[in-house]
Design a protein around this ligand. Structure first.
Ligand SMILES: Nc1nc2c(ncn2[C@@H]2O[C@H](COP(=O)(O)OP(=O)(O)OP(=O)(O)O)[C@@H](O)[C@H]2O)c(=O)[nH]1
Ligand SMILES: [Mg+2]
Length: 333
């Protein structure tokens, strides 16, 4: 998971304290002009390096997998307030990138201050050097304080993204969709290992379920998305819509489960309408699978199964694997 390893982001105050106390320590080890030079060098390096690290530890959003880009954007749109200082009222990944570029700016600015003051601490008396050094520190602190909001925002973004469910964008993926109560989770549970993860999904109040199964030594990922792909698109809010859009980048096949018996509480017409909508939104093949065949098979479908009676479940999975049509990248010989 690409956002998992992001380190904590320091706050402006923390960073200033750290830089200046290390600088004081470095200064105490020397005397006269050298003490002032060493302090400037230490504070400048700590500030510019730490700020630079904040910016470079993020993945390059230009090249990030589209699934993660949209996922991150949706999460950040919810968790980051718009930058009021910006005329553009940036939100989501744009707001984060704007803050990261401010942080990079600050890092460079500190470097420039360091270079500006270095000559002033040479060939002068220690007292004048001390005044210049103090002035340099004040200006460095101003720069770091100026990006206080940006550091906070980057820290918030990091916290919001770190806990995203561990969905692998590089594994062949089956997405399971369908109205509530049709048997989606029953199917996922039946075909996956016992160790399914139920992950907090930041778009819905329901946990997303991520399971895995193996076929021909290839690991497949199967994702149950309650609260997202279980009702008409017009009922989704902006963030849910974007989450579904992220899923379209991820899905290699969709198993759309219907319940022809209507036991689930939703009329078959509505279920098929949702199926058509999912079909038109996803590029991946969509299999219509009639579950609860023990109750009814009264619908045109690609397959019929009863998870409850373990009827045809493996065949449905096989169909899904065929639909995924995954060709592993074999090393070229
Ligand atoms: N008769 C019958 N009942 C089934 C079958 N499969 C699932 N059920 C029952 O249908 C109900 C709903 O199943 P779930 O797997 O929770 O359905 P779901 O689609 O995950 O529902 P949500 O998570 O609410 O969206 C449960 O009571 C299951 O026991 C089946 O093949 N036949
Ligand atoms: Mg479920």
């Amino acid at each position: 998971m690409i956002f998992e390893a992001l380190p904590t982001t320091p706050r402006s105050e923390e960073l200033i304290d750290k830089a200046f106390s290390r600088a004081a320590r470095a200064g105490r080890a020397k005397s006269g002009l050298e003490a002032q030079q060493s302090m400037l060098q230490t504070a400048g390096n700590i500030l510019s390096d730490n700020l630079q690290n904040v910016a470079t530890e993020w993945p390059d959003f230009e090249t990030v997998d589209p699934f993660y880009y949209e996922l991150a954007d949706a999460v950040l749109k919810r968790s980051l307030s718009p930058r009021e200082a910006d005329t553009g009222e940036q939100v989501g990944v744009d707001a984060l990138r704007a803050s990261l570029s401010e942080v990079t700016w600050a890092s460079r600015q500190i470097g420039e201050l360091q270079r500006e003051y270095q000559p002033k601490l040479r060939r002068t008396d220690p007292e004048t050097a001390r005044k210049h050094r103090k002035q340099a520190f004040a200006r460095m602190a101003d720069v770091v304080e100026e990006i206080e909001d940006d550091l906070l925002r980057v820290g918030e973004a990091r916290n919001a993204l770190r806990d995203l469910p561990d969905i692998r964008s590089d594994e062949p993926t089956v997405v399971v969709a369908g109205y509530p109560n049709v048997g989606k989770s029953s199917f996922v549970n039946a075909v996956t290992r016992a160790s399914n993860e139920i992950a907090e999904y930041p778009f819905t109040t329901r946990g997303i379920q991520i399971g895995h199964f193996d076929r021909d030594r290839i690991r497949y990922q199967i994702i149950d998305t309650p609260g997202l792909l279980d009702r008409p698109a017009e009922d989704r809010n902006d963030i849910e819509t974007q989450a579904v859009s992220a899923l379209t980048h991820l899905a290699d096949a969709v198993v759309f489960v219907v319940d022809a018996s209507g036991d689930c509480g939703y009329p078959l017409d509505a279920q098929l309408e949702l199926r058509d909508a999912v079909e038109s939104q996803f590029d991946a093949p969509v299999l219509t699978v009639c579950n609860k065949s023990d109750r009814s098979t009264d619908v045109e479908a690609d397959a019929y199964m009863s998870v409850a009676e373990d009827e045809n479940v493996d065949d449905v999975l096989e169909m899904a694997v065929d639909a995924v049509d995954y060709e592993p990248d074999l090393p070229s010989r």
